[in-house]
Design a protein around this ligand. Structure first.
Ligand SMILES: Cc1ncc(COP(=O)(O)O)c(C=O)c1O
Length: 455
């Protein structure tokens, strides 16, 4: 198995260059006191400040954060958010179960107002993974079935429910995995540039006349063959990123309806405006039975996730779907409400659409100049640049992608590498066109350097 990023030789080399004593001490202590795990400890660096689109490490180096775990839609430390939380702390810091409170009701009402279609009933949870679990339980209760269909290569969280429907080898196998939930069927996802069914793409776009969208029709086939699937669960736009071919979700929605399965959309990283619409599913106008949100809902401050569903699925009043201790926590609910208000009041969805479209244009232009770029994909501020060693064979340029991630950090840009060879650019929704250009200049430069002198 590939060495996890936090253990790679490049990570060691990056650390070896750290000559700041305070940073070194904190990283050492982090490593001593925290359990080590992939994508975490040992850590890259230590943050001392987070503001707007920026994070600053202990040595004063500043990075434009185009990763941010997708929590930072409204930017870090948004003054209105900080003020709202401080005020809420003074007003009411906690509300035990069996009681409700103003911010909890207001946040649920707000979600019901903005949610697509007829979704109007809400439950909050402390993490995306927990909210996914609630959705799985509700699907079981609603259908009397337990099976699910989800995508290989997907990630839905690290609890056992989310792990079971997730499709990443690293999480599904190994000493910590063991038996997962039964009945969690997996299918190949839409991945047009590398179609798992072997169809050729045309410049990264599907050749629908030839493939007839097998990735969607196969879901129909699996639902029919299994006969008793409770739910299809997926991200409507894959965070990698991969954008579905037009009509994909309509086909799947119809298949779900035909076979009595619910459709659950995980919009934990990419809901709330990232894709240039408030919800990613709105691009195709497909309404799921259950929508799951998280991450940015907490305003880049607090952990809070939510499940939203239809009135008719309010069917489990005598059982626990997600009896979480912080179900109606006034502070996290205030953060959720304020986040949505900021996104609305500052026109951040529109900004994501406009700046994202500009970025996609620039990336497409870069693709004409950089042989390393195999494909460019994007929707709003969810952008990806797939690096290949040669365009014909599409050999993933994994080593170069990792080298570029570190080169970009050196130049002040924090980006993520997905699937080993995809530069994933996911800035906050507040990013300006100038800041986007600055970041893309860095990506451009890093690509030129890697092409001149491959690592
Ligand atoms: C698509 C998706 N679903 C679910 C989760 C899990 O969210 P959490 O880390 O809050 O449990 C994540 C987190 O990265 C995610 O990207």
């Amino acid at each position: 198995m590939k060495l996890s990023g936090n253990l790679s030789p490049r990570r060691r080399a990056w650390h070896a260059k750290t000559d700041d004593e305070n940073l070194r001490r904190l990283l050492d202590e982090d490593s001593r006191y925290f359990l080590h795990q992939s994508a975490s400890t040992p850590c890259l660096s230590a943050v001392r400040k987070a503001e707007g689109i920026w994070i600053e490490d202990m040595t004063g180096r500043r990075f434009m954060d185009f990763h941010g775990n997708n929590v930072h839609h409204i930017g870090y430390g948004h003054p209105r958010m900080i003020e709202a939380i401080k005020r809420q702390l003074d007003d009411l810091p906690y509300s035990p179960r069996r009681f409700t409170d103003e911010p909890a009701v207001a946040a649920a009402r707000k979600l019901a107002e903005i949610a697509p279609g007829d979704l109007c009933k809400v439950l909050f949870a402390p993490s995306g993974s927990d909210a996914i679990d609630m959705a799985l339980k509700l699907a079981r209760a609603a259908t009397g079935r337990f099976k699910t269909v989800s995508f290989w290569d997907s990630f839905h969280g690290s609890g056992f429910g989310a792990m079971s429907i997730g499709g990443e080898l690293e999480l599904r196998s190994g000493p910590a995995a063991g038996p997962l939930l039964p009945g969690t069927e997996h299918v190949a996802p839409f991945t047009c540039y590398r179609c798992p069914y072997g169809y050729a793409d045309i410049d990264g776009k599907p050749d629908l006349d030839t493939c007839k969208m097998t990735c969607a029709t196969f879901i129909d086939y699996v639902l029919g063959k299994e006969g008793d699937v409770a739910a299809v669960i997926a991200e409507p736009v894959r965070a990698v990123p991969y954008i579905p071919p037009p009509g994909f979700w309509k086909t799947v929605r119809e298949a779900c309806d035909r076979h009595g399965a619910l459709l659950i959309f995980d919009e934990i990283p990419n809901g709330l405006g990232k894709t240039g619409r408030m919800f990613a599913c709105e691009h195709e106008g497909v309404v799921p039975d259950i929508l799951v949100l998280g991450k940015a809902l907490g305003g880049a401050v607090l952990p809070v996730a939510a499940m939203i569903t239809r009135q008719e699925l309010d069917i489990l009043g005598d059982r626990a779907l997600g009896h979480y201790t912080h179900e109606k926590n006034p502070i996290t609910c205030r953060a959720a409400l304020t986040t949505i208000e900021i996104i609305e009041d500052e026109g951040l969805v529109e900004n994501a659409r406009v700046v994202g479209a500009h970025a996609l244009d620039r990336l497409q232009d870069m693709a004409t100049r950089h042989p390393l770029i195999g494909d460019v994909r994007g929707l709003g501020l969810l952008l990806g640049v797939e690096l290949v060693l040669d365009r014909e064979a599409k050999t993933p340029a994994t080593d170069i992608a990792e080298a570029i991630m570190y080169a970009a950090l050196e130049k002040g840009l924090n980006l993520k590498v997905a699937m080993g060879n995809i530069l994933n650019l996911a800035p906050p929704l507040i990013v300006s066109r100038d800041q986007m250009d600055q970041a893309l200049d860095i990506v451009d430069e890093c690509l030129s350097e890697a092409e001149r002198a491959p690592p």
